[in-house]
Design a protein around this ligand. Structure first.
Ligand code: HEM
Length: 128
């Protein structure tokens, strides 16, 4: 059995919001995990609705606020399906586009930088 966990985006998780298909995100920033709790909904001591209200979302704050027991955490662990792809807010699409650009121009900038440094060093010498 593979121990590799699938990585889901926030958008992918957000598509599972019904009683027949209910995913939630639980975990601290940097280690957020995705759980498919569909089968647990009816077993939840706090009722299914409270979880369904947070379906497809990050439910960490609510999950922690209640002060769930170790047993609750063990129950949750059984429904782990993957981890959340966490990225710095916004600008992600732009960054990806830039990254592609930088790969192709990467070699050039490697040479340009030392040249700029040398030019500035010469200018500094001339002026002093
Ligand atoms: C997603 C947000 C969740 C909220 C807001 C929430 C809320 C609550 C509340 C209010 C109770 C108390 C019920 C009562 O005493 O009448 C409770 C109990 C419990 N919940 Fe949740 N729950 C959440 C998710 C989960 C999940 C995903 C699991 C496990 C898969 C879970 C497992 C339990 C267990 C085992 C209890 C019994 C008390 C304990 O052992 O801590 N809960 N929950």
């Amino acid at each position: 059995m593979s121990t590799e966990l699938k990585v889901f985006t926030q958008e992918e998780v957000a598509a599972h919001t019904t009683a027949e298909d209910c995913w939630i995100i639980v975990g601290e920033a940097g280690e957020k995990k995705v759980y498919d709790v569909t089968k647990y909904l009816d077993d939840h001591p706090g009722g299914p609705e409270i979880i369904l209200d947070l379906a497809g979302q990050d439910a960490n704050e609510e999950f922690e606020d209640i002060g769930h027991s170790t047993d609750a955490r063990k129950a949750l662990a059984k429904y782990l399906i993957g981890t959340l792809k966490e990225e710095p807010k916004k600008a992600t699409a732009a960054k990806t586009a830039n990254a592609t650009k930088q790969v192709s121009s990467g070699n050039n900038s490697l040479y340009v930088f030392p040249i700029i440094v040398v030019v500035f060093a010469l200018l500094y010498k001339l002026m002093n």
